[in-house]
Design a protein around this ligand. Structure first.
Ligand SMILES: *Cc1c(COP(=O)(O)O)cnc(C)c1O
Length: 410
């Protein structure tokens, strides 16, 4: 490869990075303690707080992919021998369990069939049975299944049992509402490359004062040196003077900051609506191709669409044709869903009507190449019609979860 090919990134991440954001990476590299860079850090933190709609002082980008922030969050909020509850409704919940096991935590799993949403009452029952649990970890937007968990309701249950919450908002942040303050989430991490459409490799985190106090009171330091969140927070906070912890990846951070500027310019509600409308258009088009999504409508994430593979279809061949002929990346199924679904992402900058139409045209072509027949252009026409209607009520998205949250809180 002399130069990377131009793709449409419509898989499970990364998403397409706008030119303006990529160009930001070409700005001059600065030292991590340069006063000009420290000014920039403050701007970036302010933007991150606006993105997360939080007052949390400890809101900063972790210098590593989201999986590293996931691991650091566990190291920060629990120590070997501590009992934790982990909700597993897909591959990323399973990854949390794997990490927790390696950290020798005592893991109580709440297993949910993949494709379904976690039941807050089942969490309540688990916490009742195990009063020693002090931490509840769950994935808000399960990228492996396209399911949205009701973060507010799960958090309300955790709080009733006096547990801290560790929440994976990697795929939700920027695509659907994430409200750490309103929902009482204690440690939330995300990733730069999903609905924020920044280059991969950074993980914005926000930490409640409650979690911070817990971390400061713990008797033993976190068992990861690089992942010691308190130390990293000290560098990003700067209140007691900054000193070297690791070399901040300045150019990648410029890009993240620019991506936040793009997002905040558009506004939260407009961005969420754009994701919803593209999802509705996509679903209408998929329907015209006899393709169905895995999750029930009430729990669907607009930004990640797990499509069931029809009987007899070679989905690897389908994805190959999409990539090689149409320049479109979609993702395979993970774990037990490998071969059962393929995943179409509508994340961040990738969530635009031309992309929806392109993937539907590509799918129609790829399905026809495997002997299936559809009226020419029917999928794209259905998608356009749905987009124009701006269907408001077919998939209200994760907001439907609110009444349940209110119940759990009462
Ligand atoms: C992508 C993803 C991650 C991991 O992000 P990396 O940047 O690849 O480490 C974690 N959780 C969820 C829900 C994801 O979608």
């Amino acid at each position: 490869m002399d130069y990377p090919p131009q793709r449409r990134l419509m898989g499970a991440g990364p998403s397409d990075v706008p030119e303006r954001v990529r160009a930001a990476m070409a700005r001059p590299t600065l030292g991590h303690l340069d006063p000009a860079f420290q000014d920039f850090m403050e701007t970036l933190k302010t933007r991150l707080r606006r993105l997360y709609r939080t007052k949390n002082r400890m809101t900063f980008p972790f210098s590593a992919p989201a999986s590293a922030a996931m691991e650091a969050a566990l190291f920060a909020l629990a120590d070997a021998g501590d009992a934790v509850a982990v909700v597993v409704h897909g591959a990323f919940g399973a990854r949390l369990v794997e990490m927790a096991n390696r950290q020798q935590l005592i893991v109580h799993r709440l297993d949910v069939p993949w494709g379904e949403a976690p039941d807050p009452d089942a969490l309540d029952e688990l916490l009742r049975r195990h009063p020693d649990i002090r931490l509840v970890a769950f994935v808000h937007a399960e990228t492996s299944t396209g399911v949205a968990a009701d973060a507010a309701a799960l958090s309300a249950v955790a709080q009733r049992h006096d547990c801290l919450t560790l929440v994976d908002a990697v795929t939700s942040l920027g695509g659907t509402p994430v409200d750490p303050d309103e929902w009482g989430l204690d440690f939330v991490y995300s990733g730069s490359q999903k609905c924020l459409s920044a280059p991969p490799g950074l993980a914005p985190v926000t930490i409640s004062d409650r979690a911070l106090a817990w971390m400061r009171e713990r008797r033993t330091p976190a068992r990861s040196w690089f992942g010691d969140v308190l130390e990293i927070a000290r560098y990003w906070d700067g209140a007691s003077g900054r000193s070297y912890h690791h070399t901040a990846p300045s150019n990648a951070l410029y890009a993240l900051d620019e991506a936040l500027a793009v997002f905040l310019d558009e506004g939260h509600e407009a961005a969420f609506a754009r994701h919803r409308h593209c999802h509705e258009a996509l679903v209408a088009g998929l329907d015209a191709l006899d393709l169905a999504l895995l999750p029930a409508p009430a729990h669907r994430l607009p930004q990640l669409n797990a499509v069931r593979v029809p009987d007899g279809l070679d989905e690897a061949r389908l994805r190959h044709r999409l990539l090689e002929r149409h320049g479109i990346e979609v993702s395979a199924g993970l774990g037990p869903l490998a071969g059962q679904v393929f995943r179409i992402g509508l994340m961040g900058w990738s969530a635009r009507l031309p992309n929806v139409l392109a993937v539907l045209v590509g799918l129609e072509d790829a399905l026809k190449a495997q002997g299936r027949n559809f009226p020419e252009g029917a999928a794209a026409a259905a998608a356009l019609a749905a987009f124009d209607r701006g269907i408001g009520n077919r998939n209200p998205g994760p907001e439907t979860a609110r009444p349940q949250a209110a119940r759990a809180a009462s």
